[in-house]
Design a protein around this ligand. Structure first.
Ligand code: TNX
Length: 548
């Protein structure tokens, strides 16, 4: 769970740069195809699906031309190094995939992805001489890989992905998917890659509008294409309670029976939660459940009025605006509820982190709020989970392991940087750069704009270690792109707000800051459009992006 990893890997590339054209930001002194090419030969023709001559074929040793490098520049997030070779590999239905021991599920994933994208049904059970090789190499690989890094080599007759861990192989598969062109070709070259931050999250608010398990899976699946590895599920809020909690049946049945604008809402059974958690795990993502407290509990006090202090009946909240109800922190009964709800969230998930909310508790004074946050953290910890809380919780006494999530750029609390200076880890989700629910432009058909308008360039142009002054860079665990759903009624609405900004934030979380360049990013991003069209992902055709 530690934060940052290394910078661009420049030294190891020196030898390769002499022969092949590289787009690592600094390695060979060139990028975007403008670097010096070593006597580029003409493109060689592809060896479509042919059997390689050796069992572990190496990629084309022919140096790539600037045009070859440009053809390879279509990956988001930008990899650590991209080195072009000459020629292309062409996929066919006869191109078999071989997996080393332990990599078999990822070979099946690759085959399924390529079927979805190209219509070709590649055999995923190829032998050791198969043209596509997925190799798990636990020892002796590049130490820079860590668990999520990988090396992808593409030649005219073979493709090989090597990684130390299945997560790295899976990320390599995502890179490979993005490299496949409309005519089923893949540019030759070598990509070496690993993430900057360990935490690269997205959040989906299923409380304001309910989303079916199938929709949640689709949202996860699309985010996996951009190497997102944390899925924060905002399960409860004023307008809906979506988690089944033993001992409190009305939370789901009554608190779950509505949403913004009314309607039927919904909630997840234990089986539903397991389906989400298992699906996320198959995409190398960990689910972080959130129970938002002590404010944002409109649905909870509607279901169980004794959780509030006033003893009155609370109607269902169906408005966009918050209800500003609160748990009754001065009595004991809400803590039994907090214990049960956080236990249910812990039991429904498998990851180390559990979000206890803590935002916008306007109905409490600071003493009441701080006292609540202290006890809620202890209960989360007692269930074996590391607490996360929204930035406001910085005013409370924090457990040493509690993580804060920075969001409120309209009121940046000095206590957050102060906590970070004392060792608290931070997740960066600044509203004015990372909130996918903020409108792209004035009048955009979806979204809010309390943090300002958020065009793609603004989602891209920020650095997590400098966005909040006074924060030590080592305290930053990573980034998150939350999608609040007050105005989001369908998966297509969610995707329209997330694409193309989610890939921008994913790149901020994965790629070295030296490689960040909006113009170059927007050209790579433009090449994702046809893939989204093929996969049926809705997106906003922002005029900032040179869609082809
Ligand atoms: C603020 S972010 C909220 C949410 C809203 C969001 C809308 C946060 C911790 N609280 O309750 O949905 O703004 O952008």
């Amino acid at each position: 769970m530690t934060g940052r990893s290394s910078k661009l890997r420049t030294t190891a590339l020196v030898g390769v740069c002499a022969a092949l054209l590289t787009a690592s930001a600094t390695a060979c002194g060139g990028s975007s195809g403008k670097g010096p090419a070593a006597a580029p030969p003409p493109l060689t023709s592809s060896g479509a699906g042919t059997t390689p001559k050796s069992a572990t074929p190496e990629p084309s040793a022919q140096p790539g031309s600037p045009a070859d490098l440009a053809a390879l520049q279509r990956v988001v997030p930008q990899p650590v190094s991209v080195t072009a070779g000459a020629g292309t590999f062409t996929l066919s239905a006869a191109t078999a995939i071989h997996a080393s021991t332990g990599a078999e599920p990822i070979a099946a994933d690759l085959a399924a992805y390529l079927k979805q994208q190209t219509g070709l049904a590649l055999p995923a059970d190829g032998g050791e001489d198969a043209p596509i090789q997925l190799i798990l190499q636990a020892t002796g690989g590049d130490p820079a890989w860590g668990t999520e890094g990988y090396r992808l080599t593409v030649g005219t007759v073979s493709i090989k992905i090597t990684a130390a861990d299945p997560a790295g192989l899976f990320h390599g598969v995502q890179t490979l998917r993005q490299l496949v062109t409309a005519d089923d070709r893949i540019q030759a070259g070598v990509i070496a890659d690993h993430p900057r931050f360990a935490y690269r999250g997205v959040m989906l608010d299923v409380a304001r509008h309910f989303f079916s398990v199938a929709d949640v899976k689709s949202y996860i699946d699309a985010a996996a294409l951009y190497k997102v590895n944390e899925f924060h599920l905002h399960l409860t809020d004023d307008q809906g309670w979506r988690l089944t909690v033993p001992g409190y049946p009305k939370l789901a049945t009554v608190g779950g029976a509505s949403q913004v604008g009314g309607g039927t809402g919904g909630s997840y059974s234990a089986d539903d939660m397991k389906a989400i958690v298992d699906y996320a795990a198959s995409r190398y993502m960990t689910v972080i459940p959130e129970i938002d407290m002590p404010g944002h509990v409109g649905a909870a006090v509607h279901a169980d009025p004794e959780l509030a202090c006033d003893g009155r009946k609370h109607g269902a909240v169906t408005t966009v605006s918050p209800a500003f109800d609160s748990l009754c922190t001065t009595s004991e009964s809400p803590y039994k509820f907090v214990d049960s709800a956080t236990k249910a969230a812990a039991d429904a998930t498998t990851g180390p982190l559990l979000h206890l909310g803590g935002d916008e508790a306007q109905a409490l004074n600071l003493t009441q709020y701080n006292g609540f946050v202290k006890r809620a953290q202890d209960l989360v910890a007692a269930h074996g989970r590391t607490p996360i809380a929204w930035g406001e919780a910085a005013t409370a006494p924090l457990l040493p392991q509690t993580v804060l999530e920075y969001w409120d750029t309209a009121h940046p609390l000095p206590a957050i940087a102060q906590a970070a200076a004392k060792g608290t880890k931070l997740i960066m989700a600044p509203g004015d750069h990372a909130y996918l629910d903020q409108q792209y432009t004035p009048g955009f058909k979806l979204g809010l704009h309390w943090a300002g308008y958020l065009p793609v360039s603004k989602a891209y142009n920020w650095d997590p270690v400098t966005v909040l002054p006074g924060v030590p860079p080592t305290s930053v665990m990573g980034v998150e792109a939350p999608l609040w759903t007050e105005t989001v009624k369908s998966l297509a609405d969610a995707e329209t707000l997330a694409y193309p900004r989610l890939p921008a934030i994913a790149e901020i979380g994965w790629s070295a800051p030296e490689s960040h360049d909006f113009k170059q990013f927007s050209q790579r991003l433009a090449k994702q459009g046809p893939l989204w069209d093929r996969l049926g992902i809705a997106y906003y055709k922002s005029p900032e992006i040179p869609w082809s």
